[in-house]
Design a protein around this ligand. Structure first.
Ligand code: ASP
Length: 338
């Protein structure tokens, strides 16, 4: 029997750490080391392994991920497994989902516990990721699933998965939709398919999004926010260099009244997306009145982020800007997310 050809691309992260002389964990391991630690992989797949980088995911750049997406586009294999750090996995997997147009499984995995700890989860997660990449249901639904994340025997859609705890083993979840599949014994048990229409519509507009870096500010609003950063962005746009902003707004899409006009001014200068600081879920559109409500903010030209989590909204806005989309086109892309 011919085994599926699975390419492992290792970026770094806790899964790839080894202790230095002082005992501190450094990104020392490459793709071959990760594969060597899991002999069972050879029974599942014809594994090819490449070390792409040895960096923590907190230091990955958009440019590096665009290069990774291009690499995945060129691979002649049956499936791809990316290993990286967990810190930005909810963002990197969504970016890959927006950029990679392949009908083979593309899986991202990582580890919460480093290889020096008892019950490190890296080897198990890598085995599970390869198992998912080889699974017939996943293969048949590769396009319908999009890029998927495998952590602790669950499979999540890249557009929904969030890191919900900094250290726990069960640090990943899709609070809005739940997992796509679960691993049990040696099986992948399908649970659901994601709603892909908004993502596919976005992907059509984005193409390869091959332009230059487009910095997007993330402004997470808290009680009685005075708006000094907003003021600086409005007054010193050119010095600050941000090309767009995401506002992590309260409730269904509200901001403190004292900064409502500043938020409106920012939206006149750069594309500014309102996204739920509650972490996800559709925003309101026409319930509350008053100057800092969703009705007023929408009238003032704020782009409505729909159900996307602020971190994912920032990735999408950055990618739209990189693709050269104007404000009206960006608003249409986000509108589809509810
Ligand atoms: N700081 C690490 C990283 O994101 C944490 C991890 O991998 O869990 O690369």
């Amino acid at each position: 029997m011919t085994l599926p050809r699975i390419q492992i691309l290792a970026l770094g992260g806790t899964i790839a750490t080894a202790p230095d002389a002082s005992g501190a964990m450094q990104m020392g391991l490459g793709a071959d080391d990760l594969v060597g630690a899991v002999p069972l992989l050879a029974t599942l797949a014809d594994i090819r392994a490449e070390t792409v980088s040895r960096v923590g995911s907190h230091s990955l750049s958009f440019d590096q991920l665009h290069a990774l997406a291009n690499k995945i586009m060129d691979l002649d294999v049956d499936g791809v497994v990316v290993t990286q750090g967990t810190d930005t996995l909810e963002e990197t997997s969504f970016l890959l989902d927006l950029l990679v147009a392949r009908d083979i499984p593309v899986i991202v995995t990582a580890a919460m516990r480093n290889p020096a700890l008892t019950s490190a989860d890296g080897p198990g997660n890598l085995l599970a990721a390869v198992r998912v990449a080889c699974d017939p249901w996943v293969k048949a639904h590769a396009k319908a699933l999009g890029v998927a994340v495998v952590m602790l025997d669950e499979v999540y859609a890249a557009s929904d998965v969030l890191k919900i705890h900094p250290t726990r083993l069960n640090a990943f979840a899709s609070p809005q939709t739940g997992p796509l599949a679960a691993l049990v014994e040696e099986r992948v048990v399908p649970l659901s398919l994601p709603v892909r229409a908004p993502i596919e519509a976005a992907r059509k507009r984005l193409g390869a999004a091959s332009g230059r870096e487009q910095p997007v500010a993330l402004l997470w609003l808290g009680l009685d926010e005075p708006g000094y950063i907003l003021e600086a962005m409005v007054d010193h746009r050119d010095q600050l260099g941000y090309r767009g902003a995401v506002v992590g707004a309260m409730g269904g899409g509200h901001v403190p009244e004292r900064i409502a006009s500043l938020v409106g001014q920012l939206a006149e200068i750069i594309p500014t997306v309102v996204s739920p600081r509650a972490g996800g879920g559709p925003l309101l559109r026409q319930t509350y009145g008053g100057p800092s409500s969703e009705i007023a903010l929408r009238k003032a030209g704020l782009i409505w982020g729909g159900r996307l989590n602020p971190l994912k909204a920032r990735v999408l806005l950055q990618t739209c800007l990189r693709a050269g989309l104007d404000k009206a086109a960006i608003a249409e892309v986000f509108e589809a997310f509810g």
